[in-house]
Design a protein around this ligand. Structure first.
Ligand code: FAD
Length: 344
């Protein structure tokens, strides 16, 4: 009889891991504090190796049916100007988190997983328990308070499947979703606490009058029910072997959101954990040994990507460096492709 695995957190990492374990006959319980379907702060842009993880887990086709748009082009803006327009080196998927999380939850249940929604895990992270509980809250990082906002909208004409808008203390990405919707998601930093975000979020997302992003909002119909926010983002990369608990997804480490690779890492880290967890569950491997095996494989896969993403995000928020990077992205297809590939 296989040992039951408990997964804390029914986000992308927890549900993907749960589905993979169920496919291999392992009994699994996922504890999720929230409910489905729900909106999440996310650029909703899946790029990189996580797409292959989804395919290997047999989830890509059903996800396509649930509603995914394919993105092949990007445009970069600074203030009023479009500074670069480029094909994506590899096609990405754009999918609403409202659809994606709900779909994975349904799939997990369909495969016989036990999903306890609206239930917060307060127990220890000992043997048999995997932490997939998302990012660890950090009030400030590098002296800044980082927060994210997202809303869906209609009536916005985009210059590319993904628009990336930069300004001194913000990055806002717009991507095309199926059915004519556009996801607007921003990463912001502030030296002080921002009071009353629930009231002033539109101004943060839209930016100053005269910018290309401000113009995008003219005539847009915002789906206010889809608005959500998140604060306390810590952007320091962490190594999996630093953790004493078995972690997957953002609980393991958070890749700077600007690179649009966090969802991919959630799928990939779940896939990496599968083999060792199955062997633990069958009694073939001890917990500590299985956890170390998974952590070492995660570090091998993610360390250089995380380093490059942290460098890129820091540089894009440095006024002295950002223009040079945008210039290089506009002028050099090689530089653009290199940055894309190294952060994935
Ligand atoms: C501004 C911003 C933009 C982003 N844009 C992109 C993008 O374009 N592309 C991309 O790939 N990634 C993006 N990301 C990152 C991506 O959203 C995350 O990497 C991804 O959601 C991580 O999945 P996860 O399952 O690890 O965590 P989550 O999706 O956060 O799931 C964790 C779950 O655990 C639950 N939970 C927590 N504690 C408990 C508990 N004690 N008991 C029970 N349940 C618990 C929570 O309710 C939550 O549902 C972005 C992130 C931000 C902040």
């Amino acid at each position: 009889m296989a040992e039951t695995i408990t997964i804390v957190g029914g986000g992308l990492a927890g549900l993907t891991l749960g589905i993979g374990l169920r496919q291999r006959g392992v009994p699994v319980t996922v504890w999720e504090a929230g409910r489905y379907p729900r909106h999440r702060v996310c650029g909703e842009f899946i790029s990189g190796r996580g797409q292959a993880s989804l395919a290997r887990l047999g989830l890509k086709d059903s996800l396509n049916e649930a509603g995914v748009a394919c993105a092949t082009s990007a445009a970069l803006f600074y203030g009023k100007r479009m500074v670069a327009s480029r094909p994506l080196p590899e096609a990405a998927l754009c999918v609403s988190r409202f659809v994606l999380d709900g779909h994975l939850a349904q799939e997990f249940r369909r495969r016989g997983g036990e999903l306890r929604v609206g239930t917060r895990w307060t127990g220890a992270y000992g043997e048999g328990v995997v932490r997939a509980a998302g990012r660890r809250v950090e009030p400030a990082a590098d002296g800044w308070r980082w927060f994210g906002l997202k809303v869906h909208a209609r009536g916005i004409a985009l210059a590319a499947d993904l628009e990336m808008h930069f300004r001194p203390s913000a990055y806002v990405g717009l991507c095309r979703l199926p059915g004519g919707e556009v996801n607007i998601c921003g990463l912001f930093r502030s030296a002080t606490t921002v009071p009353d975000l629930a009231r002033c979020w539109r101004g943060w997302l839209r930016g100053p009058p005269g910018s290309a992003l401000y113009e995008r909002f003219s005539g847009a119909q915002l789906d206010e029910d889809s608005f959500c926010s998140v604060a306390g983002l810590g952007l320091r990369p962490r190594r999996a072997t630093e953790h004493r608990e078995w972690c997957v997804g953002d609980a393991l480490t958070m890749i700077p959101p600007m690179t649009g690779n966090g969802m991919s890492m959630a799928f990939e880290s779940a896939e990496i954990a599968l083999g060792p967890l199955v062997r633990f569950s069958r009694g073939e491997l001890g917990w500590a040994q299985a956890q170390q095996e998974s952590a070492r494989a995660s570090d091998q896969e993610f360390t250089s990507r995380l380093r490059c993403a942290a460098w890129l995000q820091r540089a894009m928020f440095l006024p002295a460096v950002r223009p040079a990077l945008l210039f290089m992205a506009a002028r050099s297809a090689r530089f653009w492709r290199g940055m894309f590939e190294r952060t994935r």
